[in-house]
Write a protein that binds this ligand. Sequence first.
Ligand SMILES: [Zn+2]
Length: 236
Amino acid sequence: MIIYTASSDVALAFDDGPNPKVTPRLLKVLADKGVLANFFLIGKRTEESPELAKQIANAGHEIGNHSYTHKRLSALRQEAGEAAALEEIQKGAEAIKRVTGFETHFFRPPYLDWSVELGKLTQPLYGNQIIMASTKSGDYGWGKDHNWDETDAEAIRLQASRIINDWADAPAGTILCLHDSAEYNLPGNSYYDDWMNRALPTLEALPAVIDHFHAKGFKFKKLSDMDLIPVPLLSQ
Ligand SMILES: [Zn+2]
């Protein structure tokens, strides 16, 4: 089962962090705007930036689990078995709990790679709280040819305007999926440092995105404060 929202509220979700280059600045924007968001943290990155992870949690944002190392879980289950897939999820939850002190109540599958079997496997951990909704996102289509740099202001602004436009007509109940880091390239990978900047356009776009939805009368909510509707995975 997967959750969709159905209310007059919207949710901001940031995947793949924490990211020391972007997340602190993003937290400041959220604080300035008085908005609570949802952060789907990668367990390994949470261990690498413990103070930042604590800062997110202590600011009152929802902390969700996005696995320990962002593996494709459906593929992992098929190749390495159920125990390996479950361990990748549990290790993420344990790392987040150990670092922040908070229990995660929502899971977002990396790459949205999910199955009925995985849903059954994680039922005792997360029940129906598997967040698959609203994959449309202007900040999702990163390519390795695009290397955002702090000095690359024009390219960042252009990409930010795409993100703003992509979400402009999102209806009530939408989970706006954004990223405060790139989706993979964990430490040890040669691209790691470059990819930490991939969320700069998201950061640039965020104030306008928030203002846009506020102007439409929508409120930003934590997932635990929203009306969520579970739907069967196979009906998608
Ligand atoms: Zn991700």
